[in-house]
Write a protein that binds this ligand. Structure first.
Ligand code: COA
Ligand code: MG
Length: 327
């Protein structure tokens, strides 16, 4: 087991961001992890990420006609216990018919602690998905153990892990979990907020009270270099309220939203794309710093505003994102 018998002690003493020096020591316990090289990630839009129950043939048949950036084929909460095995058996057929267009495909498995989790993980790995979404992650060990299974079964490095942040324990351990994102060998690239479970587990009655925890996820995701998706909006017929929630999530720093219905895709794609104004501003920052007169300058004035080189880096990132999604 990754980290040995003292892993829980290690976790307790590493609940802050002081752990980067220690985490690689834990990870260094296997040669495979130690020697895997750093990989350069290309930007992948994850504005709209739609759950599709693996048990729902009609919904599965729709995937290739949808404009979402990614789908999550769900084996967990959307699938009844009596259908868990037959849903898992469909995975190979689903992945044999991947949409021709760019659309990441992830599989959400059942928790490894459940009777279905281990078989789900192996079946998902055999499909070589873009990612496997782990539910009910409580500690870094939950991610590391799944990564070990993928390594042991020779899953290519391209198969990434996403983690649901949906338990009180995950929030208490969010720093060390996020820190795994700094080691490509962990495969962790994305957090998905599980707001329905958080509401159920904590008893809060209003999304307003989720905000501090959602912001904690944003902070941790950025510290770990991870993408971050907001939770689902259950009232799928109320598209105005959905669009409002997408706008809020974009302003909070989320990269995209997890969705339950195709009608939600357009609003999410719009909300998490850079606006035309932001693209124009980014272009002007880039052009200003490209002028010969500004070559050696760290800070300039542009249209009455102070602009620093950090704004140039931000502008370049935004322009790369806009180019990737054709905004
Ligand atoms: N993915 C793909 N297609 C979907 C879809 C989804 N998540 N949800 C609905 N559709 C399809 C339907 O199959 C239907 O197709 P049709 O036009 O060929 O008949 C169309 O979109 C319209 O669906 P609608 O009748 O409005 O909804 P519904 O009553 O069939 O389904 C839900 C409503 C909520 C049950 C369904 O959207 C769903 O199961 N969503 C995912 C739930 C989930 O995965 N939960 C776990 C994560 S929180
Ligand atoms: Mg959940």
């Amino acid at each position: 087991m990754r980290g040995g018998a003292n892993f829980d002690d290690w976790l307790i003493s590493n609940t802050s961001y002081d752990c980067p020096k220690r985490l690689p020591c834990v990870l260094a316990s296997t040669g495979r992890r130690r020697h895997r090289s750093e990989m350069t990630e290309t930007y992948r839009p994850r504005r709209s990420v739609l759950y599709v129950p693996a048990s729902n043939d009609k919904a599965l048949a729709k995937i290739s006609s949808l404009a979402c950036d990614a789908v999550i084929i769900d084996l967990e909460d959307a699938v009844a216990p009596a259908e868990k095995v037959s849903a898992r058996e469909k995975l190979a057929g689903i992945f044999a018919n991947r949409p021709g267009r760019r659309c990441e495909m992830a599989v959400r498995i059942n928790p490894l602690s459940s009777e279905w989790g281990a078989d789900d993980l192996l079946a998902a790995a055999r499909c070589v998905p873009d990612a496997i979404l782990l539910p009910k992650v409580d500690t870094p060990r939950d991610v590391l153990e799944s990564g070990d299974v993928l390594d042991d079964n020779f899953s290519p490095d391209e198969v990434k892990l996403w983690a649901m942040i949906e338990t009180p324990k995950a929030l208490l351990n969010i720093g060390p979990i996020a820190e795994l994102g700094r080691d490509p060998a962990s495969r962790l690239v994305c957090f998905v907020a599980g707001t329905n479970d958080l509401v159920k587990e904590t008893g809060i009655l209003d999304r307003r009270y989720l905000t501090p925890w959602l912001m904690q996820m944003v902070l941790a995701a950025r510290a770990g270099g991870l993408d971050l998706l907001d939770g689902v909006f259950n009232d799928f017929r109320d598209l105005d309220a959905f669009a409002r929630e997408c706008g809020e999530a974009a302003a909070m720093g989320f990269d995209g939203k997890s969705l339950i219905h195709p009608a939600q895709i357009d609003a999410a794609n719009r909300a998490f794309a850079p606006s035309a104004g932001a693209v124009a501003e980014a272009r002007s920052v880039k052009e200003a710093f490209a002028l010969a007169e500004n070559a050696g300058r760290q800070v300039i004035a542009l249209n009455g505003k102070m602009v620093e080189r950090l704004h140039l880096a931000q502008a370049e990132k935004l322009l790369a994102k806009a180019a990737a999604i054709g905004a």
